[in-house]
Design a binder for this molecule. Structure first.
Ligand SMILES: Nc1ncnc2c1ncn2[C@@H]1O[C@H](COP(=O)(O)OP(=O)(O)O)[C@@H](O)[C@H]1O
Ligand SMILES: [Mg+2]
Length: 256
């Protein structure tokens, strides 16, 4: 099976990119997939939650001139479970490169990783940048978690345009869809915005949602998946997350 790469991207913070990246990593690992996570967000939230899985490589190294380091680093290593490529401050230097050069370097490194992993997950920063665009130019799939708030929907509109643009340079990129996240059915504005989102984007919206669940935030803070939170309140959250991971992995064709 060829490695499949998924970027979580939307040019707005707080939508659930990192939440999704981490839960896909945890779930992929328990399914026996070899999962590598590249944290391209300078905020480093995924690096915090997945810290126990840090391999010693840093995200900026995925833009090195040659993939030799990656090729030798993973060759004699047990690559099962989750492998984290940690964020670092040198990511800022990537913004000084031409986008085309940055994207070519990242693509070369993702290609090198494909010898050792089944799934590559890329967490991206909440703004359009060389690293975000490079991620989309290196990925096979992209998904966009989105809150049911006006600013978020505006961010979504921009993201759809960016994805459409970048697909010209990376025609293999498939949009798995928008993931309505942190949905609170008790807020009429959310219910209304959900209807607007589904009406405007139809098939581009995943056919389920994830509610606002305290146990999800608690789990990420405790560096564990939500199904390891031993509270009855975590059960519904677990169900919702697992519907999402199953759907995404099926679309990526990494599971049956
Ligand atoms: N469904 C949810 N319910 C409750 N809290 C959530 C949910 N999804 C994400 N969060 C929390 O909201 C914040 C933003 O999520 P995060 O994944 O970091 O967004 P992003 O990576 O898009 O900036 C985090 O504190 C996270 O723990
Ligand atoms: Mg994040």
């Amino acid at each position: 099976m060829k490695m499949k790469t998924l970027a979580n991207a939307i040019q707005k913070g707080g939508q659930g990119k990192t939440m999704t990246t981490c839960h896909l990593a945890f779930d992929g690992a328990r399914r026996g997939l070899r999962v590598v996570v590249i944290d391209l967000d300078p905020q480093g939230n995924a690096s915090y939650t997945l810290e126990a899985h840090a391999c010693g490589l840093f995200a900026s190294q995925m833009f090195d001139d040659s993939p030799d380091l990656v090729l030798s680093f993973f060759a004699d290593r047990d690559n099962s479970g989750i492998t984290l490529i940690h964020n670092d401050d040198r990511l800022a230097n990537i913004e000084k490169l031409d986008l085309e050069d940055a994207a070519t370097l990242l693509r070369t490194h993702v290609e090198a990783l494909s010898q050792y992993f089944d799934v590559c997950l890329i967490d991206t920063p909440p703004f359009l940048s060389n690293v975000m665009a490079s991620a989309l130019l290196s990925a096979d799939f992209v998904m966009s978690p989105v809150e049911l708030e006006p600013y978020s929907l505006q961010g979504m509109e921009k993201m759809v345009a960016v994805i459409q643009n970048l697909r010209e340079a990376n025609p293999t990129l498939q949009f798995i869809g928008m993931l309505p996240n942190r949905y609170n059915v008790k807020i009429p504005r959310h219910v209304e915005n959900m209807a607007i989102l589904r009406d405007a984007y139809a098939d581009l919206v995943m056919p389920f949602d994830i509610r606002q669940r305290d146990s999800i935030a608690e789990a990420l803070g405790n560096q564990i998946p939500v199904w390891e939170i031993k509270k009855t309140a975590a059960r519904d959250a677990t169900k919702e997350i697992c519907v999402m991971t199953q759907y995404v992995f099926e679309k990526m064709e990494v599971i049956q």
